[in-house]
Structures are given as structure tokens and as C-alpha cells.
Write a protein that binds this ligand. Structure first.
Ligand SMILES: *Cc1c(COP(=O)(O)O)cnc(C)c1O
Length: 244
């Protein structure tokens, strides 16, 4: 497996020409991980996590073919949405406050971070008002960390069932942010847990639910996440370099 470039080499933020190289490298690594896991490359989608980065850098990634971008703040997402080409799929990956739902519905392809019925209800209301459908993932606090959002694994199915009953919402799967670890192997257990949870829920054949999406894996651990079944990996640093 080719190593990602060391963080030091990311400091050259004035010239953005390393972004294409990094994207290439990440895509090659995804291919290799798919090979190891016996999966199709087409089953794994790379989301370029562009939070805190300027539009010029996003445009560089766009130039190299990237059409999936992830942001964790509503204002930043909507601003970039306005400035960037319209064939981009935007992913809301950060904690979403109910009073900001109205700004993202109609703009985002997928909300990864639904962790309460109240939030799902607000998304539903806004979707109905705008006569649109919103695809969501249920965020699971897979390692039970105090610092993380997300429902406990035992409560995931309940929230899936409740959200699936709401008009204007389509539940597509689960999302998790694994712990910050030195060795990505430490997170394999959590990725496997999220996969198992999604398989268990899928087997219940709940109306208006398809559990085909598994959003897990970041710069430090996306290869392990792919081996354990990720369909979306969210990579920021590995493409754009360190954040301030
Ligand atoms: C910032 C962020 C990422 C990307 O993290 P990197 O380690 O920079 O790849 C992925 N997912 C979420 C939810 C994030 O907030």
C-alpha cells in the first residue's frame, strides 16, 4: 500500500498542484483496498472533505474529476455551494442544528449526521415544504465516545424505523466517525460493528429504508474501513493537507 504524503509536504498551500497528485494517490489506494477486500471499486465513493479550505482548492479537486464534497458547517457549505459548479454532490457530514436545516435541504445530496428524531422531523418538514426528498444516514456513536454525536448502536434501529415513517425522507444507511487512533487497525472492530449493525437492520426489511450506504473511514483509516465494507469514505487531510 502506498503511503500518503507526510503532512510536511502539505504545507505548500499557495500552489495547489499537489491536490491532483493526492487525489490520484487516494484513488489508487481505494482501488488496492477494494482489490484486497474483493470488492468493486465502483462500490466505494470518495468524498473530498473540504472544510476550512478555500474554493480555489476545491476547484483544483474539481478539475481532477472530484464531484463529491463534504462539509461540516452549514454556512460554509452553502457559501461554497453558491460559488462552485452545479454538478457537485454536497455531503453534510457535521453536526446539524435544527434551526439550520432549512438552509441545506434542496442543496445537499446526503445528510450523514442525523442523530435524533427531532432533527429527522425538522428535515422532513422542510422537505415537504420544498416538495423534495432528502436522503439521510443515521449517525452512530460506534465506540461510545462522550465527545461524539450519534445514537448508541442499540438505538440505531429505533431511529431508522422512526425516520423512515416521515414524509420526504429516505433512509439510506449508517454513518460513523471512528476514534482518533495512531494505528488504523484499532478501528477495524468499530467498522465491522457498524457493518454488522447495517446488515442486521437491512434484514428487517423496513419500508422506505435501504441500508446500502455505509459512510465510514477518514484519512487515517479509510483503507481498513473499505476492507470492512465502507461505501463512502470521507477524506480531507489526505487530499487537501492539514487544517489550521
Ligand atoms: C473532518 C472530517 C473528516 C475528514 O477528516 P480527515 O482526517 O482530514 O480525512 C471526515 N469526516 C468527518 C465527519 C469530518 O468532520
Amino acid at each position: 500500500m502506498e503511503e500518503l504524503k507526510k503532512p510536511e509536504t502539505f504545507e505548500r498551500e499557495k500552489e495547489n498542484d499537489y491536490i491532483g497528485e493526492n487525489l490520484n494517490l487516494v484513488n489508487q489506494n481505494i482501488q488496492k483496498a477494494c482489490g484486497i477486500a474483493g470488492r468493486n471499486t465502483s462500490d466505494v465513493t470518495l468524498i473530498a472533505v473540504s472544510k476550512t479550505k478555500p474554493v480555489s482548492m476545491l476547484m483544483e479537486a474539481y478539475k481532477y474529476g472530484c464531484r463529491e464534497f463534504g462539509e461540516n458547517k452549514v454556512q460554509e457549505l452553502t457559501q461554497k455551494y453558491d460559488e462552485m459548479p452545479k454538478d457537485i454532490h454536497w455531503h453534510m457530514i457535521g453536526h446539524l442544528q435544527r434551526n439550520k436545516v432549512k438552509y441545506v435541504v434542496g442543496k445537499v445530496a446526503l445528510i450523514h449526521s442525523v442523530d435524533s428524531l427531532k432533527l429527522a422531523e425538522e428535515i422532513s418538514r422542510e422537505a415537504v415544504k420544498k416538495q423534495t426528498k432528502v436522503s439521510i444516514l443515521i449517525e452512530v456513536n460506534i465506540a461510545g465516545e462522550d465527545s461524539k454525536y450519534g445514537v448508541e448502536p442499540v438505538n440505531a434501529e429505533k431511529l431508522v424505523r422512526e425516520a423512515a415513517l416521515l414524509p420526504g425522507i429516505c433512509v439510506k444507511g449508517l454513518m460513523a466517525i471512528a476514534p482518533f487512533v495512531e494505528d488504523p487497525e484499532e478501528n477495524r472492530q468499530y467498522f465491522a460493528l457498524l457493518k454488522q449493525l447495517s446488515v442486521d437492520i437491512k434484514q428487517k426489511n423496513i419500508d422506505n429504508v435501504n441500508m446500502n450506504v455505509l459512510s465510514m473511514g477518514m484519512t487515517g483509516d479509510y483503507l481498513v474501513a473499505i476492507e470492512e465494507g465502507a461505501t463512502y469514505v470521507r477524506v480531507g487531510t489526505g487530499i487537501f493537507g492539514n487544517r489550521q
